[in-house]
Ligand binder design. Structure first.
Ligand code: FAD
Ligand code: SIN
Length: 532
């Protein structure tokens, strides 16, 4: 198959870019691939909303920029922060034109929420299901474009580069190029190649590397792992953001339901197992301090009291107001026996967002030619060492727009690569025991949660590294002799992601932002990105 533009991922980053290139180039073909259903994305689960300075008043671009820089703890690219905040407004207006609806006050102004690290209320939202609404609007707009083809249940295995036509590609190869991808078509169970002139990776996050995460099962870091295998540049992978308040449900494993930070913006207060509000001990901004601080404070309180959760007390929020802004959370809690007007909600931190990823320039271009990246899989310089809440939907829209601007020019001078060989599956057979894969996934999640979580130290990182080596060797051996499956490929990708997180964490000889290593608390500051 050949397509002019190939987009891997159907979340906010992939769909925004697809719409733009399709509308700008009606004579060109645009193909979107997604590994499960088209709406099964991190985007769909976004609750709090999207940060934007939509009207002058108390808020200003400067304040949003300042908040982003403070959260990023010295590692943000200031030029990127500046243009994302300013261009973001136009991108929000665009998605509204495409049909997304955000809650409004009776006078027609947007209802604006507040989240940790924000000095003003500036979060546009659609109740507590903002991502679902944005995904809906984008998918509907996509359906109206005749030159877009969205193919679900198509698992991308690897990027095609010069390596596949017999050249040696290393990290120092100056002009590595991407010509397309190999995919496992889950409808036919066949491996196909898709050749393209421009490729955008929009494969999302990697929360599944941890035992508890707010991310759905698709978030296995596939795009980052593919770029690393193709010898592209990856940066800042040690900065994994743990959301402070995921719902704690005894016995529920894997995906954790999020209790949006906007609940604390409306007055929710964190209390420990003794009912004591503890955040003022840790930061003057109390419950609305940036996420890294709140997550570490909760982690500490759980350790002091020997508990697996703390409480979020929403009893002071008028029930009508809670139900109106957070109907989804109200219902979820109610269904498991928690009446938020009377009961406190048990919460614990869970892996939530990857601040690092595929290194891009200011136009979404990666270190590999013809390959762009946008959304959570990319590291654009916006988030630095810690992302400010509700800045990621914004980042995805701004960078997908910028990637579109460059790629519609680049495509005019880019042709399809011919003579790409088929996927080589020689010597592989059907898997005999799935337990070999499922058990390794469990081991991986455990070791990452136990040794590479919110608080780290050198010894834990070394342990994680040694255990990962073994998992890596065993999985590579299995991969060489086994027919590929999504489960096996995701395991392999997650091991690569875990390796990148651990390696970057080991390279950073300081505590900064989300990377908190108790062996480096009062060290000299190293203001550098970690590039692998
Ligand atoms: P995603 O939306 O995750 O889409 C990834 C796509 O890539 C999927 O279609 C998937 O199928 C596809 N894919 C991945 N690997 C492959 C493969 N191998 N082959 C084929 N397809 C593949 N951010 C905010 O700004 N505000 C919020 O309020 C907010 N709330 C959040 C709440 C939750 C519970 C979560 C999990 C995240 C939240 N975030 C929020 C973060 C934000 O939602 C994500 O960072 C953002 O939606 C990522 O969008 P994306 O397009 O990069 O990736
Ligand atoms: C939330 O709603 O608390 C999540 C917001 C985000 O991750 O940006």
């Amino acid at each position: 198959m050949k397509t002019d533009f190939l987009i891997i991922g159907s979340g906010i980053a992939g769909l925004t870019y697809a719409l733009k290139v399709a509308q700008a180039c009606p004579d060109k073909t645009v193909t979107i691939l997604t590994k499960t259903q088209s709406d099964e994305t991190n985007t769909k689960y976004a609750q709090g909303g999207i940060a934007g300075v939509m009207k002058v008043g108390d808020d200003s671009f400067d304040k949003h920029i300042e908040d982003t820089l403070i959260a990023g703890d010295g590692l943000c690219n200031e030029a990127v922060v500046d243009f994302v905040v300013k261009e973001g407004v136009e991108r929000i207006e665009e998605i509204i034109e495409w049909g997304a609806q955000f809650d409004k006050e009776p006078d027609g102004d947007f209802k604006l929420g507040k989240e940790g690290g924000h000095s003003e209320s500036r979060i546009l939202h659609h109740k507590d299901i903002t991502g679902k609404e944005m995904e809906r609007a984008l998918l509907e707009a996509i359906k109206k474009c005749n030159n877009i083809k969205l193919i679900s249940h198509c698992f991308v295995l690897d990027l095609i580069t010069q390596h596949h036509i017999g050249y040696l590609v290393t990290k120092s190869t100056p002009d590595t190029e991407c010509y397309g991808v190999y995919v496992l078509n889950l409808h036919t169970r066949k491996i196909e190649k898709i050749i393209s002139r421009i490729i955008l990776l929009a494969t999302g996050g990697n929360g599944q590397v941890y035992r508890t995460t707010t991310n759905p099962s698709i978030a296995t870091g596939d795009g980052v792992a593919m770029v690393y295998r193709a010898k592209g540049r990856i940066e800042n992978m040690e900065f994994i953001q743990f959301h402070p308040t995921a719902l704690y449900e005894s016995g529920v494993k894997g995906y954790s339901f999020l209790i949006t930070e906007a609940v604390r913006g409306e007055g929710g207060i964190l209390r420990n197992s003794e009912g004591i509000a503890f955040m003022e001990k840790y930061d003057s901004r109390k419950d609305l301090a940036p996420r890294d601080i709140v997550a570490r404070a909760i982690d500490n309180e759980m350790k002091i009291n020997g508990t697996e959760f703390v409480f979020l007390d929403c009893r002071e929020i008028p029930t009508d107001k809670f139900k109106e802004h957070f109907p989804n959370i109200y219902e979820k809690c109610f269904n498991i026996g928690i009446d938020v007007s009377k009961d406190m909600i048990p919460v614990a931190p869970a892996a939530h967002y990857s601040c690092g990823g595929i290194k891009t320039d200011e136009w979404g271009r990666t270190s590999i030619k013809h390959l762009y990246a946008s959304g959570e899989c990319a590291s654009t310089g916006l988030h630095g060492a810690n992302r400010l809440a509700s800045n990621s939907l914004l980042e995805a829209m701004v960078f997908s727009h910028r990637s579109y601007v460059k790629s519609v020019k680049e495509i005019e001078n880019t042709s399809f690569k011919n003579n790409i060989p088929d996927w080589n599956a020689a010597g592989t057979t059907a898997p005999k025991e799935m337990i070999l894969i499922t058990q390794s996934v469990k081991e991986l999640k455990l070791l990452m949660s136990d040794y590479v979580g919110i608080v780290r130290n050198n010894e834990r990182l070394q342990r994680a590294s040694r255990r990962l080596d073994l998992l890596h060797q065993e999985t590579e051996t299995l991969y060489q002799k086994t027919e590929v499956s999504p489960q096996l490929c995701e395991l392999r990708n997650m091991i690569t992601i875990a390796y990148l997180i651990v390696k970057s964490a080991e390279l950073r000889k300081e505590s900064r932002g989300l990377h908190y290593n108790i062996d480096f608390i009062n060290q000299d500051s190293i203001l550098q990105n970690t590039i692998l």
